[in-house]
Design a binder for this molecule. Structure first.
Ligand code: IPE
Ligand code: IPE
Ligand code: MG
Length: 252
């Protein structure tokens, strides 16, 4: 583990108990467009800087020992944006995938893609498949990138898969449990996030991880994603560690 950063940021790091980190952190990468607009730049410039921030934060999560990081990078609703903005995001995704294919083995980071990949180009889908295949051989921190992802769509997709299993005689409706249903979600086998972070100031889920965040602790900050730092992440973890998680029970 790298200690140099903590030494220089002891104010925040001092409040984090590194032996009690959340296993899984989810982040809605929001605020790229506003970051750029405030600087008189095109929104796409914000996405470029946001992609760099993602690299920094994902690496830092690995360094401090977070087991799962899930990020919302492109929603099923984001296709409503101007074509040039969507195009830039897809170009950045391609660049990221090519880089990841070269480096993920060395870094021991497993990359998974969650969402409906069918509208992506054949080239992008091929790169996603390559990343998934490399990940199968690795054991390190898992980073899930949600692309063309929507929480409602994910639940409907899971329900369709379950219905198909019923028709084929592999499952029975009366035997379905919450645990079994989770096995049909994109996130099958991954524990639910304990902490959900939304930079950019909005206080909504925007269709992210609707099932998985049933008991996640929410942390909102006005900091825009391109300005998000390791220190901000530690601040969010410190806030999470002060929450009283009751899961519907009472304090004993
Ligand atoms: C998040 O930043 C990135 C994507 C949704 C792809 P935004 O582009 O939503 O930035 P704001 O919210 O408009 O500032
Ligand atoms: C949520 O941000 C989606 C991603 C960050 C990928 P949006 O910017 O699309 O959400 P709204 O429109 O503010 O709800
Ligand atoms: Mg936004």
């Amino acid at each position: 583990m790298k200690l140099s950063f903590w030494k220089t940021h002891t104010d925040t790091a001092g409040q984090v108990d590194f032996s009690r980190l959340p296993r899984h952190i989810a982040i809605i990468l929001d605020g790229n467009g506003r970051w750029a607009q405030r600087r008189g730049l095109p929104r796409t410039a914000g996405h470029k800087v946001g992609a760099e921030t993602f690299r920094t934060i994902a690496t830092y999560c690995r360094d401090i020992g977070i087991q799962y990081l899930t990020v919302y990078a492109f929603s099923t609703e984001n296709w409503r944006r101007p074509p040039d903005e969507v195009e830039t995001i897809m170009v950045l995704l391609k660049r990221y995938l090519l880089e990841a294919i070269d480096t993920m083995e060395r870094d021991n980071v497993r990359l998974r893609f969650m969402g409906d990949m069918t509208p992506l180009t054949a080239e992008l889908r091929g790169l996603v498949d390559q990343c998934n295949a490399i990940s199968d051989r690795l054991t390190g921190c898992q980073c899930n990138i949600c692309i063309n992802y929507g929480g409602r769509g994910e639940i409907v997709h899971a329900a369709q898969s379950f219905a198909r299993d019923c028709l084929d005689g592999r499952a029975r409706p009366e035997e379905l449990t919450e645990e079994a249903f989770e096995g049909y979600l994109y996130s099958a086998g991954i524990p639910s996030p304990e902490l959900l972070i939304r930079p950019g100031g909005e206080q909504r889920l925007s269709n992210f991880l609707l099932w998985q965040c049933a008991y996640a602790e929410f942390y909102y900050t006005n900091v825009l994603w391109p300005d998000f730092t390791k220190r901000e992440l530690l601040r969010a973890i410190a806030a999470y560690q002060h929450r009283d998680r009751r899961f519907g029970g009472v304090k004993t």
